[in-house]
Design a protein around this ligand. Structure first.
Ligand SMILES: Nc1nc2c(ncn2[C@@H]2O[C@H](COP(=O)(O)OP(=O)(O)OP(=O)(O)O)[C@@H](O)[C@H]2O)c(=O)[nH]1
Ligand SMILES: [Mg+2]
Length: 306
């Protein structure tokens, strides 16, 4: 299956919902009146792309419609893909673009951190990189074994300590081992925690600071967000970013939800690049993020809508 078709398939549920809402809006006629602009903004908000992004997009389209004297709603919607793509925060290539890096994965419980680390390990070894994994989730039962299984699948080395150990010490070990073996990509999994839990957030801050201080490789902190949690993703991103200064986000489980718009809400509002997207549970289901592909897959084609 082609790259775009895989993303398009992953976003099918989000697109279906969006198309449905869009059809309701267009049913009242293609006139570019006040009702249309309000309806468009509301449709975008219902698609989980967030109030800030929705209002910026509508304002810009409205401006363009006037300047270019666009005839009707269809002409405006032709520009929606591009405008949506532009609303994503760009950048982040330094994290998984092939340069040496040490990346920490953080997020709430069950967001998809461990799975994402496993998929990335496979992708990077296939690309010929020397990868090392670190399991700093010393808290949850079977978390270490889960990452060990992914390490086996990807055929990469992993650093662990027994359950209950200090997560910062696992990070020390991992960084030391990475230097010994000249690893150029270090991926550190951390324990899931709620963004509202002050103690656990402080513990994570400490772990991240240890890694930043100790690693010779550039250190990046990446938030993994489960798209099915919808608008809560914004609150998660806000808190994790405040505590850790994030470098980007990975949005998972886009295949299982109509709430894929949350990727845009978080990227736009918190000015964080989307680094990868997860569209399934398998090894090959982590995809490079391309804002234009994403917007096109999300909005769909016009003939699909009619
Ligand atoms: N459908 C789908 N499922 C996913 C995706 N990414 C992860 N999952 C599933 O989500 C569940 C949780 O994934 P984990 O990787 O264990 O999540 P985690 O963030 O490490 O969880 P904790 O360590 O408990 O905080 C697993 O069943 C994964 O297979 C995705 O992109 N699509
Ligand atoms: Mg995990």
């Amino acid at each position: 299956m082609g790259f775009f078709s895989r993303i398009s398939e992953g976003l099918a549920r989000s697109r279906e919902k969006f198309t449905e809402q869009m059809n309701v809006l267009l049913d009242r006629g293609p006139d570019l009146d006040e009702e249309f602009w309000e309806g468009l903004e509301e449709t975008l908000i219902l698609a989980d792309i967030g109030g800030a992004a929705a209002s910026d997009i509508v304002e810009d389209l409205r401006d363009k419609a006037t300047r270019k004297a666009l005839p009707d709603a269809y002409a405006v919607l032709d520009m929606l893909n591009d405008r949506m793509a532009e609303a994503f925060c760009a950048g982040g290539e330094e994290v998984f673009g092939g340069e040496p890096a040490c990346v920490l994965f953080v997020g709430i419980n069950g967001a998809g951190k461990t799975t994402t680390v496993g998929k990335l390990a496979k992708e990077a070894t296939d690309a010929g990189r020397t990868v090392l994994l670190g399991s700093a989730d010393t808290f949850r039962a079977a978390a270490i074994e889960q990452l060990e299984e992914w390490a086996r699948r990807a055929d990469v080395e992993i650093c662990t300590r027994e359950r209950g150990s200090d997560p910062a010490s696992v990070c020390y070990d991992t960084i030391e081992r990475a230097e010994q073996k000249n690893a150029d990509l270090v991926l550190i999994d951390t324990a899931g925690r709620l963004h509202t839990s002050a103690d656990l957030m402080r513990e994570l801050e400490k772990v991240v600071n240890v890694v930043r201080k100790r690693s010779k490789l550039p250190v990046y902190t990446v938030l993994v967000i489960d798209a099915t949690t919808g608008q809560n993703g914004l609150a998660q991103a806000r808190e994790f970013d405040r505590a850790l200064k994030l470098d980007g986000v990975i949005v998972t489980k886009l295949d299982g939800t109509a709430k894929g718009g949350i990727a845009l809400a978080v990227s736009h509002e918190l000015e964080l690049p989307v680094l990868k997207i997860g569209v399934g549970e398998g090894l090959g289901d982590l995809k490079d993020f391309d804002a234009h592909d994403f917007a096109r897959a999300f909005v769909g084609d016009f003939d699909e809508r009619s």
